[in-house]
Design a protein around this ligand. Structure first.
Ligand code: ATP
Ligand code: ZN
Length: 293
């Protein structure tokens, strides 16, 4: 049997020994904490599926996967899905592959549209789930890997309502640039405060795909964006290095712009404005201190 004990010192057969080496080398204080964390990934397409695989190989505790689509042959220019999975829901196909890679990860498959009333309810409920003893079994981070504005606005709404930190990602319609962004309700700009279309003009204004346009896609750009996204998620959860508030990727010029955005007091999203108030921010700071204690 494969020894999957993280504490093992055996280098050759243990899939975690190279990860535990991060700790011995002083990069991460406590790598094993990764097993306590839950991440929700919305959109299991070109970026989300690869992000899910990376987190699975890192030994994340639990992954919640959301997508309304099925695997198509047209998806084979991206990484992850295989031709024999055509016709399966993307979330079930992902669970099939990921459970084979690392059976230690708890995987939950939600084949739904988060923009419908029922889909939103299930989505929200799964993010704030509580066990019978009242313990919070919700998620530690939400990764948005969807390809349209409406779905991003819905993730934004859910996270503002819950005070849930999340990271957004996108790849441009022409497949040669992308971005990742950290969103902390009340602390940073939310998606409605400052959509990248407006703020980042000149940088990657075509990062958001238009409805009805046959977008280009490259496994390279999607793989890079998934890597940037998961790297930021690992830094955020395991507390090492600097967590990027925004990181762009322009592959034509190998240009990686960064920036920071404050929340907009006049944001059109009422839950965002509420999260910006002093009592809400004090409560969030207290909850964070308690979680870390
Ligand atoms: P393409 O549109 O380029 O053919 P795609 O639809 O697979 O490809 P990707 O950019 O690879 O797009 O991935 C985005 C993923 O987000 C898709 O799998 C899509 O089904 C999912 N998605 C988009 N909107 C929603 C939504 N409202 N609810 C659930 N999943 C969504
Ligand atoms: Zn806002």
């Amino acid at each position: 049997a494969i020894d999957r004990d993280m504490s093992s010192e055996v280098v050759d057969s243990n899939p975690y020994s190279r990860l535990m080496a991060l700790q011995r080398m002083g990069i991460v204080d406590n790598y094993e904490r990764i097993r306590d964390y839950s991440i929700a990934i919305v959109g299991i397409g070109g970026v989300g599926s690869v992000a899910a695989e990376m987190l699975t190989r890192c030994g994340i505790g639990r992954l919640l996967l959301y997508d309304y689509d099925t695997v198509e042959l047209a998806n084979m220019n991206r990484l992850f899905f295989r031709p024999d999975q055509v016709g399966m829901t993307k979330t079930d196909a992902a669970v099939q592959t990921l459970s084979g890679i690392n059976p230690d990860v708890t995987l939950e498959s939600y084949s739904l549209n988060i923009t419908t009333v029922k889909g939103f309810e299930t989505f929200l409920g799964s993010l704030k789930a509580r066990s019978s003893d009242g313990r919070n079994t919700g998620v530690d981070l939400v990764l948005s890997c969807v390809d349209n504005y409406e779905a991003r606005m819905v993730v934004n709404q859910a996270c503002n309502e819950l005070g849930q930190t999340w990271m957004e990602s996108g790849v441009s319609e022409d497949a040669v640039s992308g971005h990742i962004q950290l969103l902390v309700p009340g602390e940073t700009a939310c998606f409605a405060c400052a959509p990248p279309l407006v703020v980042a003009s000149g940088v990657d204004e075509r990062t958001l795909k238009r409805e009805g346009v046959c977008a280009a896609s490259l496994p390279t750009t999607m793989g890079v964006v998934a890597g940037l996204l998961v790297q930021n998620a690992l830094k955020y959860l395991l507390k090492f290095g600097q967590v990027s508030p925004y990181l762009g990727y322009n592959s034509l010029k190998d240009y990686f712009p960064t920036m920071e955005m404050k929340p907009n007091p006049q944001c059109s999203n009422p839950a965002c404005v509420q999260r910006q108030s002093k009592p809400a921010r004090d409560a969030a700071a207290k909850a964070k201190m308690e979680a870390e204690a």
